[in-house]
Each structure stands twice: as structure tokens, then as C-alpha cells.
Design a protein around this ligand. Structure first.
Ligand code: COA
Length: 256
């Protein structure tokens, strides 16, 4: 179904693996298009409750945009950036949680892809960076914005303008990742966390994502929070959550 992605759906968790290991999973135009397509599937397939994005092979999550596709046409650059920004925003706005399991280099577009996900877990061999200035470029897929949002302007600018890479422990210290695991524990830890999240009320989970995103959008987040809170009161899941609590049993949410 996809030429550059591997997908597998197990226990309502869709694993998406960027599969160009010989190019360290660099994102070319086809990978980007297919990431957009897979997100359409995530939005519409009711069997998918959450997503893991990772890279093929032991070395890289994604080592950047595919440098061999860069050319010097300014108009193409703008369109390329906007396409990537739209697709990565689609990940960020996904009502279903998306977790980046960062299994190696997450550079340039790879770091940007990881940052568009809601949660990041890194294996101890992960390396993060925005090395675009090495190539005479600024980041184009949201990196200048999300890196500042996640780690603050001072640290973000240092990474952006020095092209320095940071290791997994530094990424943890900066708040760029939620956890660091040994490489062989990365998938288990990612699935464990998503299994917990998948047991929660899906509409409420989606509401949390929407409200948190609003902090960085031109929206009144408190107004939006009140609206989302109010909408939850109309759901069957709120009744189920309340009944389950009072009956001291586990809630069985339906996403309705
Ligand atoms: N675009 C295209 N190809 C890439 C790539 C990218 N972003 N990153 C790696 N590759 C390719 C290499 O060209 C090489 O291909 P080849 O075997 O056909 O020559 C292959 O992947 C393996 O990479 P290599 O550089 O040999 O591995 P390494 O272990 O020596 O170095 C990196 C690893 C990540 C440090 C190095 O590949 C690198 O600096 N990549 C570019 C990172 C970057 O600038 N990303 C931002 C782009 S905007």
C-alpha cells in the first residue's frame, strides 16, 4: 500500500515505520506524501486509537529531508515547506495520540517530525539536531517554531544556529523527549504508554490535544477549554466514566 512506509496495526496501535534505511530514512517527496496519506488513514480508521512513528534499522529515526532532492528554485522551496508544514500540522492536530519512538538520528526534518508528535520517547543512541545551517538552509517543516515551543528560545536558537547535535540524555534534560530507554526497550515502553492512553475516553483525549495545541495558536485557549469541557458533558463516555467510578469498576469507553 505504501512504498516508503511500513505499517502494522496491533491492539489498536498503528506503527508507522519510515523505511529507507540505506538513506537513514531521509524524507523525500514520496515519504512526505505517504506520511500525509497515512494520517488520513489515522483520522478515518476507527480501529486505530493511537500511532507510533519510528524509523527502520538501528541507526536512524529520520536523518533529515532528502538532501539529494534540494534544488535552487525559490518557488519550489516555499511549496515544499508548506506541504511539509501542512502534513506535520496534521500529525500535531491528530485527535488520536501520535508518539515518536526515536531510534537513532532525528536530524532536520527528522527532529521536526518527532516534534510534531504529541509524545517523544528516545532510545539511548538517539541524536537530535537541526543541522540545516550546514547546508545554507533554515528549517522548513516547523522546526523553528516547535523547537522554541518545546525547549525555549535560548536552547532552541543555539541548536538552530550552531547545528550542534544533542544526545538522548540532553534531550531529556531539555524536555525535548519524555523518556529515554535502552534501544531494545523502546517499542515496549512506547506501546505500554499508548496502551494506558488507549484505555481513556477518546473524545476527552482528543480534547486535551486540541486545547494544548491552542496555547500556540491564535485562539483563546480558556474559551476553547470551556467549550471542550462542555462538549464532554454530552458524551456517553462521561456517563460511563462517572458510573464506573461510582461502581468501583473499570470504565469501558466507546468514544461516543
Ligand atoms: N538526505 C539524503 N541522504 C542522506 C541523508 C539525507 N538527509 N542522511 C543520510 N543520507 C544517506 C547518505 O548520503 C548515505 O548514502 P550513500 O550510502 O548512498 O552514500 C547514507 O544515507 C548513510 O549515511 P552516511 O552519511 O554514510 O552515515 P554516517 O553514519 O557516516 O553519518 C549522519 C550519519 C546522520 C551524521 C550523516 O548521514 C548526515 O550528516 N546526514 C545529513 C543530516 C542532515 O543534514 N539533515 C538535515 C537535512 S535538511
Amino acid at each position: 500500500m505504501y512504498q516508503t512506509l511500513l505499517t502494522s496495526l496491533e491492539e489498536n496501535i498503528l506503527t508507522v515505520t519510515v523505511n529507507r534505511p540505506d538513506k537513514l530514512n531521509a524524507i523525500n517527496e514520496l515519504v512526505m506524501t505517504e506520511l500525509g496519506k497515512v494520517m488520513e488513514e489515522v483520522y478515518t480508521n476507527e480501529d486505530i486509537k493511537s500511532v507510533i512513528i519510528t524509523g527502520a534499522g538501528p541507526k536512524a529515526f529520520v536523518a533529515g529531508a532528502d538532501i539529494s532532492e534540494f534544488n535552487g528554485v525559490r518557488k519550489d522551496g516555499v511549496a515544499k515547506s508548506k506541504k511539509g508544514q501542512d502534513i506535520f500540522s496534521g500529525i500535531e492536530r491528530s485527535p488520536k495520540p501520535v508518539l515518536a519512538a526515536v531510534n537513532g538520528f532525528a536530524l532536520g526534518a527528522g527532529c521536526e517530525l518527532a516534534m510534531s508528535c504529541h509524545i517523544r520517547i528516545a532510545s539511548s543512541n538517539a541524536r537530535f539536531g537541526q543541522p540545516e545551517v550546514n547546508l545554507g538552509l533554515t528549517p522548513g517543516y516547523g522546526g523553528t517554531q516547535r523547537l522554541v515551543q518545546l525547549i525555549g528560545k535560548g536552547r532552541a536558537l543555539e541548536l538552530l544556529i550552531s547545528a550542534n547535535m544533542i544526545d538522548a540524555d540532553t534531550a531529556l534534560k531539555y524536555g525535548l523527549v519524555n523518556y529515554v530507554t535502552e534501544p531494545e526497550a523502546l517499542v515496549t515502553k512506547s506501546r505500554e504508554l499508548l496502551t494506558v492512553i488507549n484505555s481513556k475516553a477518546p473524545l476527552a483525549v482528543a480534547g486535551c490535544i486540541t486545547a494544548a495545541n491552542a496555547v500556540f495558536e491564535n485562539t483563546d485557549g480558556y474559551e476553547l477549554e470551556a467549550k471542550l469541557f462542555g462538549e464532554c458533558f454530552a458524551t456517553e463516555d462521561l456517563k460511563e466514566g462517572r458510573d464506573a467510578f461510582l461502581a468501583k469498576r473499570k470504565a469501558n469507553f466507546k468514544g461516543k
